[in-house]
Design a protein around this ligand. Structure first.
Ligand SMILES: *[C@@H]1O[C@H](CO)[C@@H](O)[C@H](O)[C@H]1NC(C)=O
Ligand SMILES: *[C@@H]1O[C@H](CO)[C@@H](O)[C@H](O)[C@H]1NC(C)=O
Ligand SMILES: *[C@@H]1O[C@H](CO)[C@@H](O)[C@H](O)[C@H]1NC(C)=O
Length: 355
């Protein structure tokens, strides 16, 4: 789910005001929690340059110990995907639709070479365009084989991505990124979906202070929600691990089951979560640390795999097709026009917010 979708919906619905963030029920932004002296009294501020406690390339054991488990929706049709396999089915194009030289056959390890074009000239953004019609629901879009194993929650063919960032003064952020081939948009007042797009990055964050989990933040519409770790549901069999819920189609992450409202009022735009298959991202993940704008390979679940995947994290293009022309029939008409936006721009994500 991307802010852009919410924004375009607001425009369509005739409201230009930015959605107000609610702050009830511990749903405060991490930022607010950290700034509020009452809520986090006794903790020093984040200060990335100060008193680092982890080395580049080092994932502290507690990051894995307290990693979230993710309940997918019981009737989910779009499952997590492996970015390496995913890009095999794409080629690179510019915004005007013309091919990027050398971008016919993509390889995860060489993706960031394409930055060369976007850096060279304004308006030369690079998009990944599916080689075949994604509307026919090919496997690389649905990831339909990538259901978590019942026995241990592993998704063998789709690694999660862990990025650990030392925020200084004892604070360590563990970002868990989840990649899905397709975002089936949410529903507005029973109609929809709105905002389908190819290539959907979601993430959650566990913020530790001296090795203890304090805050969990999860990506949802617009901003996302943050919670004190201690208030979150834990797995029945492992009381360290928080359980989060990935919404049907949009894969936005929530702390509970049920109907989840977006920023729009009166539950007009809703996500749904339930206790579908439980995904344990620690069974299969790529690991990196991030400091001073630099990514370092760390030790994920499969040793040496990070080297094989290369420096894809530096890719600045969009993980999906550019907006389809409005003449394209995949731009389905509902009461308002659904735009199949297909863009997740890693650079934006890479800011690794919230601050
Ligand atoms: C499309 O954009 C690229 C990159 O800006 C440019 O090199 C190319 O000439 C453009 N093609 C057309 C047909 O306008
Ligand atoms: C990396 O992980 C593998 C498998 O989990 C383990 O055998 C190895 O010792 C680890 N290496 C380091 C440097 O932590
Ligand atoms: C991605 O975001 C960065 C920073 O906001 C921007 O410079 C770049 O042009 C964007 N790339 C695309 C393909 O939109």
């Amino acid at each position: 789910m991307l802010p852009l979708l919410v924004l375009s919906l607001l425009l369509v619905l005739g409201s230009f005001s930015h959605p107000t963030k609610t702050s009830q029920g511990g749903n405060l932004h991490v930022n607010n929690i950290l700034k509020s002296s009452k809520r986090l009294s006794g903790y020093p501020p984040l200060f990335p340059e100060h008193k680092r406690i982890i080395q580049d390339g080092q994932v502290p054991y507690y990051v894995v110990e307290y990693a979230p488990l993710v309940h997918l929706y019981s009737e989910e049709k779009y499952f997590p995907c492996d970015i390496a396999r995913y890009v095999d089915h794409f080629h690179a194009v510019f915004g005007n639709g013309s091919d990027v030289p050398g971008g016919q056959h993509l390889n995860i390890g060489a993706l960031s070479k394409l930055n060369h074009y976007s850096a060279a000239k304004e308006g030369s953004e690079v998009y990944l365009m599916a080689n075949t019609d994604f509307d026919k629901n090919p496997d690389y879009i649905t990831g339909r084989h990538n259901k978590p194993k019942y026995i241990n929650g592993e998704i063998e063919e789709a690694p999660a991505v862990l990025i650990v960032v030392d925020k200084g003064n004892g604070w360590v952020d563990a970002f868990w990124f989840y990649f899905y081939g397709f975002n089936l948009g949410p529903f507005v007042m029973g109609t929809g979906p709105f905002g389908n797009h190819v290539g959907d990055w979601e993430h959650s964050l566990v913020r530790f202070y001296n090795g203890s989990p304090i805050i969990v933040w999860m990506s949802a519409h617009g901003g996302g929600g943050s919670y004190f770790y201690k208030n979150l549901e834990k797995h029945y069999n492992d009381d360290k691990r928080p359980v989060i819920f990935s919404a049907r189609g949009t894969h936005a992450n929530y702390a509970s089951v049920g109907q989840q409202n977006h920023d729009l009022p009166w539950a007009m735009l809703s996500d749904f979560t339930d206790r579908g298959p439980l995904w344990d991202p620690t069974k299969n993940f790529l690991a990196y640390t991030y400091s001073d704008g630099r990514i370092t390979y760390a030790n994920g679940s499969h040793p040496k795999r990070e080297e094989r995947y290369g420096d894809w994290l530096y890719f600045e293009g969009r993980w999906g097709d550019n907006k389809l022309p409005s003449s394209d029939e995949r731009q389905k008409m509902v009461s308002i026009r659904v735009e199949i936006h297909c863009w997740t721009n890693w650079t934006t994500i890479k800011k690794l917010g919230p601050p």
